[in-house]
Ligand binder design. Sequence first.
Ligand SMILES: Nc1nc2c(ncn2[C@@H]2O[C@H](COP(=O)(O)OP(=O)(O)OP(=O)(O)O)[C@@H](O)[C@H]2O)c(=O)[nH]1
Ligand SMILES: [Mg+2]
Ligand SMILES: [Zn+2]
Length: 300
Amino acid sequence: MERRKGVVVRFGSRNMEVVDNEIGGRLVCTMPGRFRMQGIRPIVGDRVEYSLSGNGQGRIESILPRETELSRPRISNIEQILLVLSLKKPAVQNLITDRFLVLAAYVKLPVIIVVNKIDLINNAEFERFSEIYGEYYEICPVSSKKRINLDRLQEVLKGKISVMAGMSGVGKSSILNSLNPGLKLRVSEISRGSERGRHTTSYVELLQFEFGGFIADTPGFANLELPEIVPESLGKCFPEIAQERGMCAFSDCVHVDEPGCYVKELVEAGSIHSSRYESYLIMYNELKERELEKGGRKYG
Ligand SMILES: Nc1nc2c(ncn2[C@@H]2O[C@H](COP(=O)(O)OP(=O)(O)OP(=O)(O)O)[C@@H](O)[C@H]2O)c(=O)[nH]1
Ligand SMILES: [Mg+2]
Ligand SMILES: [Zn+2]
């Protein structure tokens, strides 16, 4: 039987949906029984080979090797992370942004910072943000509501598999709806009396853009747990610290209170932004505490 190729975009209870660009549109596929016995479990993002059966359904024949694999959300073959945030309604704290950036660095995926809702802020407010992040990350300011700079975002997304991350209420679903009205994602109304949005997006699915490319609109995260990073290597997840490797007096300097720390000198001189360094310290201490707790359990 003829083998065709597609991408798994979503799961049902017994089957999955596969997009095959040559056919166009989605196709329901079943999984052969042997997969379960062999412990093969497809996930969203998998490129698969399938065969068409008579009833118009497909049958998965094999999963092609995964290029990348994220565990939360569980998706394979992601090429980039779109970190969406807003500076008002809600004003996302730098610490939250920095946690997302550390997560992205940890999974070794390129990240693009999308500053949404720029209709609510002035130039100076945006400049203050890009002074902190602009040198090390690509920033794409947009307004999904006023349709500002969406063509630039489209360029970034075109032809790729991306995942969208960001706190609840920053406008992830809104952005996707504006880029691709056919998607019709549910958008939350910010609950009155609070500037926090509610979680409206809660399952993993790859959405297909009309202009080509896929994206996962993941649930917003309320609190972001750091992955299993050794505290001593946290610096690798901060590009402005990572690029100074070897510059401190001690080669194993963790830039906390060692003498001759070049990173701290740069913070004092203002060339490493103090808010980034503060985030570094908070996360470093958090990882260190976690390490101590674990050690305690193991030996105590
Ligand atoms: N002023 C303004 N408001 C926006 C913009 N984009 C989205 N919003 C509003 O922000 C609120 C939250 O938008 P959503 O798209 O649901 O946010 P989300 O990030 O998908 O939230 P979760 O699904 O909960 O993670 C809605 O009330 C939108 O109308 C924008 O560019 N400007
Ligand atoms: Mg949403
Ligand atoms: Zn140092």
